[in-house]
Design a protein around this ligand. Sequence first.
Ligand code: 5GP
Length: 369
Amino acid sequence: MTKKIYDETQLDFDDVMIVPRPSTVESRADASIVRPYKFKWSGRTIEGNPAIASNMDCTGTFEMAKELEKHQMFCALSKHYSAAELIQFLECNLQEFGSNDYIFISTGLRETDFAKLSQVMKTGLCKNVRLDAPNGYIRGFVQHLNKIRQSFPDAIIMAGNIVTPEKTVEIIENGADVSVVGIGGGSQCSTRVMTGVGRPQFSAVLDNVDAAHAAGGMLCSDGGIAKPADYVKAIAAGADFVMMGGYLAGCSEAGGELITKLVETTEISSKTNNRLRQIKEYKLFYGMSSEYAQNKHYNGMHKYRASEGIVSLVPYAGPVAKKVQELEGGLRSAMTYTNSRTISQFQDHAEFYKVRHQINRNSKAIERE
Ligand code: 5GP
């Protein structure tokens, strides 16, 4: 039997760089990084910044949502908040910001998930839904999506995860406003190691974006953002939203426990002749399919499943405002390099080099990072 092999090399963010072009956008301040969104099914419109915090326990927190909203960035809340907690938060947030447009309520495929979602949606406090199934290819996924769309006709629904254009079209036709693209690219994900399934994220975005737009929908790139340039490249490839976990997981607003370590350095004290010690701060960050998360939320793992997520410590990064500034600064600067005043122009203008190296390995500044 001849097996099909897709020959075209599949690329990650590190495999490409954006081509500069003559530009009359001389200042970064001239680049507008907020864009309009109009959603296919919901019909609602929002102005926003393409960044969205992932609905992982550690990043989809109330604290993260409040801080990101100040920058017109989005947050998909963890689905493990109770309905009462969500409703209380949405009420307070509505008083503070006057809208809950930047918040997505996350839900899964279980009946209990739907019951909780309905309880929250019934209040009318928030009309944005993130339907999250690690494997958007299972049959029940599209059925469940349909049910959510029928139940909440004016909701903005972001649904995934998938990586192939046929599936993007199918889920948009079945009620999603936004197709969430990304399998196996997450920083805490071990799907590729455990199953061999997945697709490099840059190619996944590039290959799905036209299908999403032609179907009248939008695309959210999910996973693999390790630095501002990856965020910029995802947008340049056409993503309407860019979902991030690991990039935000070290921030004060993230939910992981703060862990302080006393670490021995390689430097020797001239006074005592002992090694110098240094305090290092980390935050705990776990994948939502990790054994840690399964134990926390579902009383342990079923025998038939293996963990497809990992637990790690990420360096403590301080307030998320700093990370936001890096994302915004990176995007603005890339826009000046490509003669782009708006995100839409940036997406039209962006072209890529396929590269073998990203950084100058002699650069001390990079080594220090
Ligand atoms: P990151 O920005 O950290 O690279 O990726 C975040 C994305 O990884 C999440 O939005 C989600 O789609 C995915 N993810 C989160 N936890 C897990 C996990 O335990 N296993 C897998 N396979 N993917 C995960």
